[in-house]
Design a protein around this ligand. Structure first.
Ligand SMILES: [Zn+2]
Length: 119
């Protein structure tokens, strides 16, 4: 096995978009192709991305597709990130809602009190 290639894949985790594109278009060397296949076997993200690329045969439209793919990947990563951790503004959001409810209740109470006050 080519140790240099192995290092690239270990360091970056996933092959680059260009590598996936080259893989789809058969431009990779057999060694590189093997590395990509090995990675695809246990990386859902990349195999899904590759499915998208493979299903699309019109090479002229590939750049646009790659842009979409990039967004899909970012969205997926973002979702995973949000699942594992609360959004950072979550507490602020709750605080604003609670304050709004308190303010509303106070306003209603004050208004009720004001209108029912005996003269
Ligand atoms: Zn991957």
């Amino acid at each position: 096995m080519n140790e240099h290639l192995k290092d690239i894949f270990v360091a970056t985790g996933c092959p680059s978009q260009q590598q996936l594109l080259d893989y789809v278009q058969g431009k990779l060397t057999p060694e590189e192709q093997h590395e990509v296949e090995m990675h695809l076997a246990d990386c859902e993200l990349c195999s899904e991305a590759l499915d998208g690329l493979s299903a699309f045969n019109d090479k002229e439209k590939l750049p646009a597709l790659v842009r979409e793919m990039k967004w899909d990947l970012l969205k997926k990563l973002h979702k995973k990130y949000r699942k594992s951790r609360r959004p950072e503004n979550f507490n602020i959001y709750i605080a604003v809602i609670v304050l709004a409810i308190i303010f509303l209740v106070l306003a209603l109470f004050w208004g009720y009190h004001f209108y029912t006050q005996p003269k």
